[in-house]
Design a protein. Sequence first.
Length: 250
Amino acid sequence: MVKSKTKGPVVQRRDQIDEGTTDQRLLDSRGPSDWIHTDPWRVMRIQAEFIEGFGALAELGPAIAVFGSARTHPGHEPYDQAEAVGRALVEAGFAVITGGGPGSMEAANKGASEAGGVSVGLGIELPFESGLNQWSDIGVNFRYFFARKTMFVKYSQGFIVLPGGFGTLDELFEALTLAQTGKVTSFPVVLLGTTYWSGLLGWLRDTALDRGTVKQSDIDMLQLTDDVDEAVAVMVAARDERLAQERGRR
Ligand SMILES: C/C(=C\CNc1ncnc2c1ncn2[C@@H]1O[C@H](COP(=O)(O)O)[C@@H](O)[C@H]1O)CO
Protein backbone atom coordinates (compact mmCIF):
# COMPACT_ATOMS: atom_id res chain seq x y z
CA MET A 1 0.00 0.00 0.00
CA VAL A 2 1.34 3.44 -0.89
CA LYS A 3 2.23 5.64 2.05
CA SER A 4 0.13 8.81 2.38
CA LYS A 5 -0.30 11.71 4.74
CA THR A 6 -3.21 14.12 5.19
CA LYS A 7 -2.59 17.77 5.92
CA GLY A 8 -5.95 19.34 6.60
CA PRO A 9 -7.87 18.78 3.38
CA VAL A 10 -4.71 17.94 1.41
CA VAL A 11 -3.44 14.40 0.80
CA GLN A 12 0.30 13.86 0.18
CA ARG A 13 1.83 10.70 -1.27
CA ARG A 14 5.28 9.36 -2.20
CA ASP A 15 7.94 12.07 -2.37
CA GLN A 16 5.37 14.82 -1.83
CA ILE A 17 5.10 13.88 1.84
CA ASP A 18 6.70 16.51 4.03
CA GLU A 19 7.98 16.19 7.56
CA GLY A 20 6.16 17.39 10.65
CA THR A 21 2.69 18.84 11.07
CA THR A 22 1.21 22.29 10.58
CA ASP A 23 0.70 22.58 14.34
CA GLN A 24 4.34 21.71 14.96
CA ARG A 25 5.48 24.42 12.57
CA LEU A 26 3.16 26.95 14.23
CA LEU A 27 4.31 26.10 17.74
CA ASP A 28 8.01 25.43 17.11
CA SER A 29 8.95 28.30 14.86
CA ARG A 30 9.79 31.87 15.79
CA GLY A 31 11.81 33.47 13.01
CA PRO A 32 11.82 37.14 12.06
CA SER A 33 8.97 39.29 13.38
CA ASP A 34 9.04 42.27 10.99
CA TRP A 35 5.81 41.10 9.39
CA ILE A 36 3.76 42.34 12.36
CA HIS A 37 4.59 45.88 11.22
CA THR A 38 3.40 45.39 7.65
CA ASP A 39 0.15 46.67 6.15
CA PRO A 40 -1.28 43.20 5.32
CA TRP A 41 -0.94 42.29 9.00
CA ARG A 42 -2.49 45.64 9.99
CA VAL A 43 -5.45 44.78 7.78
CA MET A 44 -5.94 41.65 9.91
CA ARG A 45 -5.85 43.76 13.09
CA ILE A 46 -8.34 46.21 11.59
CA GLN A 47 -10.59 43.32 10.63
CA ALA A 48 -10.33 42.01 14.20
CA GLU A 49 -11.43 45.40 15.57
CA PHE A 50 -14.57 45.30 13.43
CA ILE A 51 -15.26 41.69 14.46
CA GLU A 52 -14.81 42.48 18.17
CA GLY A 53 -16.85 45.68 17.94
CA PHE A 54 -19.72 44.12 16.01
CA GLY A 55 -19.67 41.11 18.35
CA ALA A 56 -19.80 43.23 21.51
CA LEU A 57 -22.51 45.60 20.30
CA ALA A 58 -24.76 43.61 17.97
CA GLU A 59 -27.37 42.95 20.67
CA LEU A 60 -27.23 46.34 22.34
CA GLY A 61 -30.72 47.58 21.55
CA PRO A 62 -31.55 51.24 20.93
CA ALA A 63 -28.66 53.48 21.95
CA ILE A 64 -27.64 57.12 21.79
CA ALA A 65 -24.04 58.33 21.62
CA VAL A 66 -23.03 61.15 23.93
CA PHE A 67 -19.95 63.19 23.01
CA GLY A 68 -18.13 65.92 24.85
CA SER A 69 -14.84 67.13 26.21
CA ALA A 70 -12.34 64.77 27.80
CA ARG A 71 -11.28 67.69 30.01
CA THR A 72 -14.35 68.44 32.15
CA HIS A 73 -14.49 67.54 35.84
CA PRO A 74 -17.21 66.84 38.41
CA GLY A 75 -18.74 70.16 39.43
CA HIS A 76 -18.24 71.68 35.92
CA GLU A 77 -21.58 72.41 34.28
CA PRO A 78 -20.92 70.26 31.17
CA TYR A 79 -19.78 67.31 33.31
CA ASP A 80 -22.90 67.47 35.46
CA GLN A 81 -25.07 67.91 32.38
CA ALA A 82 -23.47 64.89 30.71
CA GLU A 83 -24.27 62.84 33.81
CA ALA A 84 -27.88 64.03 33.66
CA VAL A 85 -28.02 63.15 29.94
CA GLY A 86 -26.78 59.62 30.62
CA ARG A 87 -29.39 59.17 33.32
CA ALA A 88 -32.25 60.64 31.26
CA LEU A 89 -31.39 58.52 28.22
CA VAL A 90 -31.56 55.36 30.31
CA GLU A 91 -34.89 56.46 31.82
CA ALA A 92 -36.14 56.89 28.24
CA GLY A 93 -35.10 53.32 27.40
CA PHE A 94 -31.79 53.93 25.60
CA ALA A 95 -28.35 52.47 26.12
CA VAL A 96 -25.61 55.12 26.26
CA ILE A 97 -22.43 54.97 24.16
CA THR A 98 -19.46 57.25 24.79
CA GLY A 99 -15.79 57.40 23.87
CA GLY A 100 -15.06 55.65 27.18
CA GLY A 101 -12.62 58.34 28.29
CA PRO A 102 -12.55 60.92 31.08
CA GLY A 103 -14.55 64.17 31.41
CA SER A 104 -17.98 64.33 29.86
CA MET A 105 -17.65 60.76 28.53
CA GLU A 106 -17.13 59.46 32.06
CA ALA A 107 -20.03 61.60 33.30
CA ALA A 108 -22.48 60.24 30.73
CA ASN A 109 -21.37 56.67 31.48
CA LYS A 110 -21.77 57.34 35.21
CA GLY A 111 -25.29 58.70 34.79
CA ALA A 112 -26.28 55.73 32.64
CA SER A 113 -24.71 53.12 34.89
CA GLU A 114 -26.09 54.54 38.12
CA ALA A 115 -29.56 54.71 36.55
CA GLY A 116 -29.30 50.95 35.96
CA GLY A 117 -28.93 51.17 32.20
CA VAL A 118 -26.47 49.87 29.66
CA SER A 119 -23.36 52.05 29.71
CA VAL A 120 -20.92 51.50 26.85
CA GLY A 121 -17.44 53.00 26.44
CA LEU A 122 -15.64 52.71 23.11
CA GLY A 123 -12.09 53.56 24.12
CA ILE A 124 -9.22 54.55 21.87
CA GLU A 125 -5.51 53.84 22.21
CA LEU A 126 -3.81 57.20 22.61
CA PRO A 127 -0.17 58.18 23.23
CA PHE A 128 -1.24 59.66 26.58
CA GLU A 129 -3.09 56.59 27.81
CA SER A 130 -6.03 57.30 30.08
CA GLY A 131 -7.82 53.95 29.81
CA LEU A 132 -11.54 53.25 29.94
CA ASN A 133 -13.43 55.17 32.60
CA GLN A 134 -14.75 53.05 35.48
CA TRP A 135 -18.39 53.61 34.45
CA SER A 136 -18.04 51.91 31.06
CA ASP A 137 -19.87 48.69 31.95
CA ILE A 138 -19.31 47.35 28.44
CA GLY A 139 -15.94 48.53 27.19
CA VAL A 140 -14.29 47.96 23.85
CA ASN A 141 -10.82 49.37 23.19
CA PHE A 142 -9.87 50.35 19.67
CA ARG A 143 -6.50 50.98 18.07
CA TYR A 144 -7.99 52.73 15.05
CA PHE A 145 -10.22 55.81 15.18
CA PHE A 146 -12.02 54.88 11.96
CA ALA A 147 -13.10 51.45 13.26
CA ARG A 148 -14.33 53.04 16.51
CA LYS A 149 -16.21 55.75 14.59
CA THR A 150 -18.06 53.11 12.59
CA MET A 151 -19.31 51.64 15.88
CA PHE A 152 -20.64 55.00 17.15
CA VAL A 153 -22.70 55.53 14.05
CA LYS A 154 -23.75 51.92 13.47
CA TYR A 155 -24.93 51.27 17.02
CA SER A 156 -26.49 54.59 17.98
CA GLN A 157 -29.68 56.15 16.73
CA GLY A 158 -28.61 59.74 17.35
CA PHE A 159 -25.92 61.94 18.88
CA ILE A 160 -26.11 64.33 21.82
CA VAL A 161 -23.07 66.60 21.72
CA LEU A 162 -21.88 68.56 24.74
CA PRO A 163 -19.19 71.24 24.69
CA GLY A 164 -15.92 69.81 23.47
CA GLY A 165 -12.76 70.34 21.46
CA PHE A 166 -11.31 68.79 18.31
CA GLY A 167 -12.39 65.24 19.20
CA THR A 168 -15.97 66.27 19.81
CA LEU A 169 -16.05 68.47 16.69
CA ASP A 170 -14.67 65.59 14.62
CA GLU A 171 -17.44 63.29 15.85
CA LEU A 172 -20.10 65.97 15.32
CA PHE A 173 -19.04 66.78 11.77
CA GLU A 174 -18.66 63.15 10.83
CA ALA A 175 -22.31 62.55 11.81
CA LEU A 176 -23.42 65.63 9.87
CA THR A 177 -21.46 64.59 6.79
CA LEU A 178 -22.92 61.08 6.89
CA ALA A 179 -26.44 62.49 7.24
CA GLN A 180 -25.88 65.16 4.57
CA THR A 181 -24.67 62.56 2.08
CA GLY A 182 -27.47 60.13 2.90
CA LYS A 183 -25.18 57.49 4.41
CA VAL A 184 -27.30 57.56 7.55
CA THR A 185 -30.99 58.37 7.57
CA SER A 186 -33.07 59.60 10.48
CA PHE A 187 -30.11 60.57 12.64
CA PRO A 188 -30.93 63.40 15.09
CA VAL A 189 -28.02 65.51 16.33
CA VAL A 190 -28.55 67.75 19.35
CA LEU A 191 -26.04 70.32 20.55
CA LEU A 192 -26.37 70.80 24.28
CA GLY A 193 -25.15 74.17 25.55
CA THR A 194 -26.42 77.24 23.70
CA THR A 195 -23.65 79.59 24.88
CA TYR A 196 -20.91 77.19 23.80
CA TRP A 197 -22.37 76.23 20.43
CA SER A 198 -24.04 79.42 19.21
CA GLY A 199 -20.76 80.84 17.87
CA LEU A 200 -20.30 77.77 15.65
CA LEU A 201 -23.92 77.93 14.48
CA GLY A 202 -23.51 81.64 13.78
CA TRP A 203 -20.42 80.93 11.65
CA LEU A 204 -22.27 78.18 9.77
CA ARG A 205 -25.12 80.61 9.00
CA ASP A 206 -23.16 83.81 8.39
CA THR A 207 -20.13 82.42 6.59
CA ALA A 208 -20.65 78.87 5.34
CA LEU A 209 -24.29 79.33 4.29
CA ASP A 210 -23.60 82.82 2.95
CA ARG A 211 -20.75 81.49 0.75
CA GLY A 212 -22.88 78.57 -0.40
CA THR A 213 -20.68 75.83 1.08
CA VAL A 214 -23.61 74.43 3.07
CA LYS A 215 -27.37 74.57 2.59
CA GLN A 216 -29.99 75.68 5.09
CA SER A 217 -31.23 72.07 5.27
CA ASP A 218 -27.71 71.02 6.36
CA ILE A 219 -27.78 73.49 9.24
CA ASP A 220 -31.32 72.43 10.10
CA MET A 221 -29.99 68.98 10.98
CA LEU A 222 -28.60 70.55 14.18
CA GLN A 223 -30.90 71.15 17.12
CA LEU A 224 -29.67 73.43 19.88
CA THR A 225 -30.82 73.45 23.50
CA ASP A 226 -29.74 73.88 27.12
CA ASP A 227 -32.39 71.49 28.34
CA VAL A 228 -31.40 67.85 28.93
CA ASP A 229 -35.00 66.65 28.78
CA GLU A 230 -35.53 68.43 25.47
CA ALA A 231 -32.40 66.79 24.04
CA VAL A 232 -33.63 63.36 25.10
CA ALA A 233 -37.15 64.13 23.82
CA VAL A 234 -35.66 64.69 20.33
CA MET A 235 -34.16 61.17 20.49
CA VAL A 236 -37.43 59.67 21.74
CA ALA A 237 -39.43 61.39 18.96
CA ALA A 238 -36.99 60.08 16.33
CA ARG A 239 -37.26 56.57 17.78
CA ASP A 240 -41.07 56.74 17.74
CA GLU A 241 -41.05 57.95 14.15
CA ARG A 242 -38.70 55.14 13.13
CA LEU A 243 -40.89 52.55 14.85
CA ALA A 244 -44.01 53.94 13.16
CA GLN A 245 -42.28 53.75 9.78
CA GLU A 246 -41.20 50.17 10.44
CA ARG A 247 -44.77 49.24 11.42
CA GLY A 248 -46.03 50.92 8.24
CA ARG A 249 -43.67 48.80 6.12
CA ARG A 250 -44.95 45.53 7.62
C1 LIG B 1 -7.32 64.51 26.97
C2 LIG B 1 -7.25 63.38 27.92
C3 LIG B 1 -7.60 62.12 27.64
C4 LIG B 1 -8.16 61.73 26.31
N1 LIG B 1 -8.81 60.46 26.36
C5 LIG B 1 -9.78 60.12 25.49
N2 LIG B 1 -10.34 58.90 25.65
C6 LIG B 1 -11.32 58.52 24.84
N3 LIG B 1 -11.83 59.30 23.86
C7 LIG B 1 -11.29 60.51 23.68
C8 LIG B 1 -10.24 60.97 24.48
N4 LIG B 1 -9.91 62.20 24.04
C9 LIG B 1 -10.73 62.50 23.03
N5 LIG B 1 -11.58 61.50 22.80
C10 LIG B 1 -12.67 61.47 21.80
O1 LIG B 1 -12.93 62.80 21.32
C11 LIG B 1 -14.00 63.38 22.07
C12 LIG B 1 -13.48 64.37 23.09
O2 LIG B 1 -12.44 65.10 22.54
P1 LIG B 1 -12.22 66.63 22.97
O3 LIG B 1 -11.12 67.08 22.08
O4 LIG B 1 -11.86 66.63 24.43
O5 LIG B 1 -13.52 67.30 22.68
C13 LIG B 1 -14.71 62.28 22.84
O6 LIG B 1 -16.11 62.24 22.53
C14 LIG B 1 -13.97 61.00 22.44
O7 LIG B 1 -14.68 60.15 21.59
C15 LIG B 1 -6.71 63.68 29.27
O8 LIG B 1 -7.72 64.12 30.11
